[in-house]
Design a protein around this ligand. Sequence first.
Ligand SMILES: [Zn+2]
Length: 431
Amino acid sequence: MSTIRVGLSTSIAIVLFALAVLVAEPVSGISQALAQKADRVPVASAARLGGDERRTRFVTDLSNAVQFNAYVLPDPYRIIVDMEEVTFKLPAGLGTTGRGLIDAYRYGLFGPGRSRIVMDANAPIIIEKAFILDKKDGFPARLVIDVVRVDIKQAKLKAGLKHSPNQVKKDAQKSGKRPGSDRTTVSVRPKPKPKNAGKRSSRPVIVLDPGHGGVDPGTSGRRGTAEKSVVFKFALVLKKRLKATGKFTVLMTRNKDTFVRLRDRVRYARQNGADLFVAIHADSVRSGDARGATVYTLSEKASDKEAEALASKENRSDIIAGVDLGGKNDDVTGILIDLAQRETKNHSVRFAKAVVKSFKPGIRMNKRPHRFAGFRVLKAPDVPSVLLELGYLSNRHDEKLLTTSAWRTKTADAMVRAISRFFKSRIAQGQ
Ligand SMILES: [Zn+2]
């Protein structure tokens, strides 16, 4: 009896061992690789401000020392800290209030493998010191930035001056990029769209543009819901529902929580031969109790004060993310309104009307559901473009609604109906 028992348990043990090897091998291989990758990305676990209106210190704790580059941009005064990719595990709401010379700060991905912290200063400043302390004796690594108040002349003179006490400069030079500068990463003027460029089939190309991302969180709700994540989740659902029809090619200007410049969103649409561009946002207002979705089209003259204020808020994305605009006009703002653009505008308005019609039965819309203003992201001269504000995060009912999957699906399906309707009539008109 005992022999049998031993034999049985031994063979069970062998089988289990074999299974364990078979199963554990690939799984642990993947999780190890993931763990190693996660290990390599330093984690920012805390951040704080100290000091007063003359001298203010910013400190962030990191799991490892990073290569960084800090500088000041004027108009408005901002402190930019560029670094290798960092995972920010900071408490929600951190950075929304300031101290001393710093009113607020933001952080997040700025591009592939690049993270950024942007601080808003309330006076002309210069960086006095910027350094990193290696981790030691159980303390994390610390990135320290000291800023001091100066007069405007002095601040302008020193603006843009880089503080990079380590390798960053050299690496950036190697890759042909000026640290902290975005000018080298963006081509000046997008090439005009050739007919059907980039299209593998005759399916209309829809470019979805979830607003904000990375270092630019957009507006936020009463319960702290970030616009960038609300609009991204909605865009993913809309993409899925559009693809399911088999009628459209669907592209997105960002596929993760990263910053994308306004002009790059427009350029992306044009370079991919977009037939329709849909920017997706969520609004918030300080006063009043506005609710519901609104669809905006481009106009130099805004339909109303609220629309004008919204456009100027949305147009600040690059400033929020610490892009040095250098007083230059955006490449697309300079394009004169010509006949093609007027035609594009007509299509945009027609599409906005299709959205309102499709939303009407079941999705809450604003009292004035179609409005217009000078949104920079709608300025492609040859791509019909609208900006959809899903609702108001400043309203607690809307904030709750916008984060439910039932609402997302229902609204995405209404958009699919609007898009199908729009292209149906375009095909009928032979365009
Ligand atoms: Zn927005």
